[in-house]
Design a protein around this ligand. Structure first.
Ligand code: NAD
Length: 295
């Protein structure tokens, strides 16, 4: 299948690599030329710009950092809706506002495209291993067209509901992720300050009722686990500013729906402080430093 892949960052690059490995013909584009070059070495063709990348594609996949970037790339003059081939299937895997997601999908459908929102969970390790969870919003028929490709990049595909529903599920999930990451940091920091080995404490909690994903699969304490950002000075992974963006999306949604999310609000504030201290580009588990700094 001819696929255009736009947005080759920490997540997009390994997802695109898995599509190449599965035998698909990829044309790629990113604002960062070095990211395009890397994919070209893996077998992709380089698009000169977004319009050039999508022109002959049967499917367009996007993996972008924000609602504004998605809106611009899809709706702008040089963008996807203006240049994609008639009838193409559009898959946006970025995590963005459910309202913006619906707005873009409505414009796409009005122009004869099929479009789903398909944000992912599973982190950069899941993207590399092809084990992501896709949380899809949109028409069932569009999801069935996308499914064979999603299954090359992921292991679980959920249909959350109509357009935008994938984003709603994703921002609820990430609000919970931010909260349990902070809770995990707090617990390990306390135990360590009280004299426990952070690895022993993590092993105990992972087999006890404090068990959670941040603790078991993404431990924030340096040296407890290999192959996680904490063991490589918080480089790569899921950026603090991306977590801050997602916590902002859940706060916007909770405010507009009049739903109380007090822990989500506090977590957002703490991530705002952390970003302001210069951690924006580092992995979100680096928030453990804010607690350790109090030592
Ligand atoms: P990233 O910042 O590493 O990558 C985003 C890429 O998009 C960058 O390479 C950037 O240059 C590119 N880009 C921006 N505007 C563009 C445009 N107009 N045309 C082409 N390329 C453009 O971010 P990431 O970590 O890969 O995350 C991407 C999305 O996936 C975000 O919405 C994030 O919230 C979500 N997400 C990330 C993770 C994670 O663990 N990193 C996990 C799940 C979901």
């Amino acid at each position: 299948m001819r696929i255009a892949f736009l947005g080759l960052g920490n997540m997009g690059a390994p997802m695109a690599q898995n599509l190449i490995k599965a035998g698909h013909e990829l044309t790629v584009f990113d604002l960062v030329a070095a990211s395009v070059d890397k994919l070209v070495k893996d077998g992709a063709k380089a698009g000169r710009d977004a319009a050039d990348a999508v022109r002959n594609a049967e499917v367009v996949v996007t993996m972008l950092p924000s609602s504004a970037a998605v809106k611009r790339l899809y709706l702008g003059d040089g963008g996807v809706l203006a240049h994609a081939a008639a009838g193409a299937l559009l898959i946006d895997s970025s995590t963005i506002s459910p309202d913006v997601s619906r707005e873009v999908a409505t414009a796409a459908v009005a122009k004869g495209f099929a479009m789903i929102d398909a944000p992912v969970s599973g982190g950069t390790a899941g993207a590399a291993a092809g084990t992501l969870t896709f949380i899809v919003g949109g028409e069932a028929a569009a999801l069935e067209r996308a499914r064979p490709l999603l299954e090359k990049m992921g292991k679980n595909v959920f249909h959350a509901g109509a357009s935008g529903a994938g984003q709603i599920a994703k921002i609820c999930n990430n609000m919970l992720l931010g909260i349990h990451m902070l809770g995990t940091c707090e617990a390990i920091n306390l135990g360590t300050r009280l004299g426990l080995d952070p690895k022993v404490l993590s092993d105990v909690m992972a087999k006890s009722s404090g068990r959670n994903w941040s603790l078991e699969l993404y431990n924030p304490w340096p040296g407890v686990m290999e192959n996680v950002p904490a063991s490589r000075e918080y480089k790569g992974g899921f950026g603090t500013d991306l977590m801050l963006k997602d916590l902002g999306l859940s706060q916007e949604a909770s405010q507009s729906a009049g739903v109380a999310t007090p822990l989500g609000a506090l977590t957002r504030q703490l991530y705002q402080l952390h970003s302001g201290r210069g951690y924006g580009a580092l992995d979100f588990s680096s928030i453990v430093d804010a607690l350790r700094a109090g030592a």
